[in-house]
Structures are given as C-alpha cells and as structure tokens.
Design a protein around this ligand. Structure first.
Ligand SMILES: [Zn+2]
Length: 412
C-alpha cells in the first residue's frame, strides 16, 4: 500500500519451495504435454518426438543438453526384427556448478508400457513422466531463485526401461560422457519410503511341443495343452523351494523370491475345437533377490523345468529367454541416503523408511555397474493417474521440492 510510511528493505528472495508452489500449473502443463506423446514400448514409438522436446526443456531450464541417437548396428543387434524401424535416443543434460566437487545424476525413463484395455488417458503419468516434470520444475526453481546447488547436476532421460534398458540406461552408463558420484533414479520409492535396492528379474517363455491330429482320435496325437498343464502344476513345488530365499529390507519387510506363471500363455496357430493342440506356451516371471546369484537362479529354474518335463510322458519343451534385469541392494549407511531421508522428512513432514522394491528399475546400472550410492525416489504410485489431478499435483510438487532440497542440503 502506498503512503503508509512502511520502510522498504531489499526484496526477500523467494525460496525454491515457494517458487515450486506458485508454478505447479506449469508442471502440470508439461506433464500433459509429455503424456500426449504415447511413447509405448514395445515397439518404441515416438521416441524422436519426445526426446526433442525433453532436450529443449533441459536447455530452457539452463542446462547444456544433448540428444544421443543409438547407432543403427546396435539397434540391429539388440532389437527384435519388428522394432528395427524404431530409433532409440537418450537425452543427457548437465549443470556445472562453480565450486562443486561432486556430481549427482538424476535418471528417468520416458518410455511407457503399451496400453492394454481401455485405459489410455494418462498412461505414463506415474511411470514415469511425472518424475521428469517434477525434476524439471525443481531445477528451474533453483535457477529462478538463484539458489546454487552444492553438487554438479547430470540429468538423463532414457529409453526402453519397460523392456530391458540395454539401449537406454544400459547404453548411457557405458557410452555417454557421465561421471556421477551419486544417482537418483526417480522411481521405486515414493511417499515416505526411499528405495535402496530392487529385485532383478528373469523372463522365460516355455513352449510345449505336442503332435496335432483330429479331435475324434485324440489317442493318435500328443496334447500340448495337457502336457503344459502338468508342467505348470509341477512348478508349484518350485514356488515353495525358492520362497526359502529371502531378503530383509531395512524397513523390516521380508521379501521372498517368487515366480509368476503364465502372464502370457498361448496355443499354437491353427487351433480348432476338433484338433488336438500341437503347441502351447507360457511365460515365467522369476523375481531374483539381490542376495541371490542371478545366473544361478536362471540355471536352476531351467534345470527344474527340464527335469519336470522329463517326468511327464512325451512332454517335449523348449525354453527361450525373453528378457532379464539385475537386482541391486546396499544397506543405506552412506550419508547420501540420510540426506535424502532428511529432504523427504522436511518436505513431507513424516518419518521416513528405507525399502527394497520388488519391481525392478534402472537403479542397478548406477549401483552395480558404476558402483555409486544410488537411491530410488519419485512421485510414483497410483495417486498420479491424471483422473485425480489434485492428488497428482500434491505428489508432483512434493517430489520437485525434495529434489531441490537435496541439491541444496547435500554436498557429497
Ligand atoms: Zn518405470
């Protein structure tokens, strides 16, 4: 108000947290823009478009940014034939902070699982385009309020996490010019839980080969479905066996090794009601604990399947590996984890826990390959489905503040 005679000091600089609150609508606009580009994987759709946008947004946030296209020979070697026409890109942004000795790396994947069923709107809002929008606002808040981070910042937005990440974060840690001391993969932990490890996975497809014949004389054929059923039942014993393998997370939760049978199952081509089925197949999703040996877990599962098939008369099988991902875990004793827990506590005003995720994500590339302290945290979860926008905004804003807080309180 003019003329009240109140003395005016220099304007108080706005805090990053207040900046984030005021710019929440901007975060939501970017998120909608990202979700409107359906980057379904497989096959790896519209990666070109989204990575161009992400590169521009990193630059607009004041980072130097570069987009890397995966060389064609590598695509030919690693992608199935029907995906060769879909180029792969990773985006890397850097913020070199004067005087900062250490570097922190933030990673998110921009691909989403393909839509199944009618739920299309908002696919990828939670997993994990929300994280991308949160981080960009967090960084922008630091820039805009002239708050200098204590660490150099690297940001990567990568492809193909929903399959095996080999051309995404797997490529990045091997070929891109990065040199992080710490990493935050922006999923796996959410709410009051900071993720300090995750399960690995082996995905197998088992095909049972029978012999077709006319359904009026079933005794002349080998019924692949019946053989497959016997094999699936035999796997019950395997479930009990591996359930003895366990990992206790720092939060006190016990996580056991598991298999999920038949996430995908199918008959052969040309199936008819009056034909003895010649082929049947099913998948196995084996979750591997960080305390297990990954290769041994796969070897044992294959051996169990072959032995079980031998005990079933005329049951001939072939086993194909669909994909795999490695586990990682380290007790959260490094100060980096305590710093993140502090940031979560300050922003959310709750007590925090450290947990291990039964799902997999890209943390293991940083934790196991680069061997640096790595945690998982993001807005995640079902709250972020665009159907409940207010809940979504609250979580996204909290994550933006947590990332900004970590950057200004932890110096490595
Ligand atoms: Zn994800």
């Amino acid at each position: 108000m003019a003329g009240t005679g109140r003395r005016r000091g220099p304007p108080t600089p706005m805090s990053p947290s207040l900046y984030i609150d005021r710019h929440a609508p901007e975060l939501l606009r970017l998120l909608r823009q990202l979700v409107r580009i359906p980057t379904a994987n497989p096959p790896g759709d519209r990666y070109d478009e989204i990575t161009r946008l992400l590169t521009r947004r990193l630059e607009a946030t004041g980072l130097s940014a570069r987009r890397y296209e995966i060389p064609r020979p590598l695509l030919r070697r690693l992608l199935p034939a029907d995906q060769q026409g879909y180029p792969r890109y990773n985006v890397l942004g850097k913020w070199a902070v004067p005087g900062a000795a250490r570097t922190i790396h933030f990673n998110a994947h921009y691909d989403v699982v393909p839509v199944s069923g009618g739920w299309i709107y908002g696919r990828g809002t939670a997993d994990m385009k929300g994280s991308i929008a949160s981080l960009l606002l967090g960084l922008k808040a630091l820039r805009a309020t002239q708050t200098r981070p204590n660490l150099n910042v690297e940001v990567s937005f990568t492809a193909d996490e929903e399959t095996d990440s080999l051309l995404g974060t797997g490529w990045l840690v091997e070929h891109a010019p990065i040199d992080p001391d710490y990493a935050v993969v922006m999923e796996g932990g959410e709410g009051n839980a900071v993720c300090c490890g995750h399960n690995g996975v082996v995905w197998l497809e088992v095909t049972v080969h029978g012999l077709a014949c006319h359904g009026s004389r079933p005794q002349d054929g080998i019924n692949a479905l019946e053989k497959m059923s016997a094999l699936v039942l035999a796997l019950d014993r395997y479930k009990t066996l591996i359930a003895r393998h366990k990992l206790k997370s720092p939060s006190g939760r016990t996580i056991r090794a598991t298999i999920n049978v038949g996430g995908v199952f199918a008959g052969g081509s040309g199936a008819k009601i009056n034909t003895v089925p010649a082929q049947a197949s099913f998948t196995i999703d084996r979750r591997v604990l960080a305390v297990e040996n990954h290769a041994a877990a796969e070897r044992e599962l294959r051996a169990f399947l072959r032995a079980a098939a031998r005990r079933i008369p005329q049951c001939r099988i072939t086993i194909r590996k669909v994909s795999e991902n490695f586990a990682c875990y380290r007790p959260p004793s490094h100060p980096f984890f305590a710093a993140m827990a502090g940031s979560v506590r300050r922003v959310r005003r709750t007590r925090t826990i450290f947990d291990v995720s039964t799902g997999f994500n890209d943390m293991h590339f940083f934790a196991a390959e680069l061997k640096i302290p790595t945690l998982g945290y993001g807005p995640g979860g079902d709250q972020c489905h665009a159907v409940d926008e207010r809940a979504a905004v609250k979580e996204l804003v909290a994550s933006a503040k947590i990332y900004a807080d970590l950057l200004t309180t932890f110096s490595g």
